[in-house]
Ligand binder design. Structure first.
Ligand SMILES: [Zn+2]
Length: 389
């Protein structure tokens, strides 16, 4: 038994206006100070107030939200008693909103204990709207929740199907002001979701289509959105690509590039999309050398018009295409280009290796590395050396 879940997705110009029809009493917006500064929170507040709702704003979400922030935000919800939760921002704000929502409905829960098996009985108090302001995480369309345990310096890949937002507002006007580096980092996260959703062990016929379409959109439109942020067509297509990739991988899983990238981000604070996409070509090369018949690279390569007569040929072409895109976007292709020194990497290696092994995204890889292989993956990624083992 498996599931296909998607929020109601409202996309395109003026999508935000859909919320003028919202019925409810109180809406609680969870966001960050940058989003408030850009005027996005005020826009959302205005629409919600025009629908007759009382609005409050929690703007203290930091990048890579911590368990402490989630507890503070949940307390604000318990005080305000909203019947709508609005996650407004990038993945951090939306994931924090999801976790706060769980604690609001279930104050007895430990946020670290959020898992896909436990039935939470959400929606007794509130429902959720997600409004992404980056084009990457797809959190508006998934039930994933990524938090950070600051004390242990590791990311927590949590989730519950119940925490999938009810409504996603995919309105390109929220991403027009994204700077180029954020455009590239988040767009490459969407590409990594598309690849991993299509190639992990939980891939299925419902998730394959969205993953393929999302990958194609990213290859076509991300360079344009990066070069010229006011290219409205490229911005809109990338914004859709991120949500479509979210629907894709949200209904299968992410995989090893996320396991390695979460671990790297928890220790070195490399932005999520930059970290996971950096590992993507290395992971493709690694998995292509796994059990014959375990991978599905030729389907992806064929759809993208790349050589695909065998899995090895397809994997080689896909890894090259990802690296070419990274170069075009002036992204780092190695950990050393990320500004990490050999000494720093070696000092943190045992933590990186053990956190990768414990990450929920690692276990869905078609080839799961043992500790020695994980170390070698980091070493190859450090030097920018293609994986040949
Ligand atoms: Zn991601």
């Amino acid at each position: 038994m498996w599931f296909f879940k998607s929020p109601e997705i409202v996309f395109g110009e003026e999508a935000l206006g859909y919320l003028e029809r919202l019925e409810g009493r109180r809406a609680h917006i969870v966001t960050d100070k940058v989003i408030v500064g850009l005027g996005h929170a005020a826009r959302v507040r205005e629409v919600l107030e025009s629908a007759g709702l009382e609005v409050s704003i929690f703007d203290a979400v930091e990048p890579d939200p911590s368990l402490e922030t989630v507890r503070a935000g949940a307390q604000a919800m318990l005080d305000f008693e909203p019947d709508w939760i609005v996650g407004l921002g990038g993945g951090s704000a939306m994931d924090a909103a999801k976790a706060m929502w769980i604690l609001y409905e279930r104050p007895d829960m430990d946020p670290e204990g959020i898992n896909p098996i436990e039935i939470l009985h959400l929606r007794r108090k509130a429902r959720m709207i997600a409004i992404p302001t980056t084009s990457g995480t797809g959190s508006e369309a998934t039930w994933a929740v990524v938090l950070t345990n600051l004390a242990e310096r590791r990311k927590l890949g949590l989730g519950s199907r119940e925490v999938l937002p009810d409504i996603a507002i995919v309105d390109p006007s929220f991403v027009m002001a994204m700077p180029p580096r954020l455009t590239a980092d988040t767009g490459m996260d969407a590409l990594t979701h598309a690849f991993e959703g299509y190639t992990c062990v939980y891939r299925n016929s419902f998730s394959d289509g969205p993953c393929l379409v999302a990958a194609k959109l990213v290859f076509e439109y991300l360079p344009r959105a990066y070069r010229n942020g006011s290219d409205e067509e490229a911005r809109a297509r990338m914004h859709y690509a991120a949500s479509i990739a979210g629907i894709g991988f949200g209904n299968s899983m992410a995989s090893l590039a996320h396991g390695l990238g979460h671990s790297l981000g928890g220790v070195f604070h490399v932005p999520h999309g930059r970290a996971v996409s950096l590992f993507l070509p290395y992971v493709i090369e690694f998995c292509a050398r796994g059990e014959p018949g375990s991978t599905s690279y030729s389907g992806m390569a064929r759809f993208l018009g790349l050589p695909s007569s065998s899995e090895v040929e397809a994997a080689t072409a896909l890894a090259a295409a990802v690296r070419a895109l990274q170069k075009e976007l002036e992204q780092p292709l190695s950990l050393s280009q990320c500004g990490i020194s050999a000494a720093e990497l070696e000092k943190e290696m045992s933590l990186l290796v053990s956190n990768t092994g414990n990450d929920s995204s690692t276990v869905t890889s078609t080839r799961i590395p043992d500790d020695a292989e994980t170390r070698r993956l980091y070493e190859h990624a450090f030097e920018g050396k293609p994986v040949d083992f």
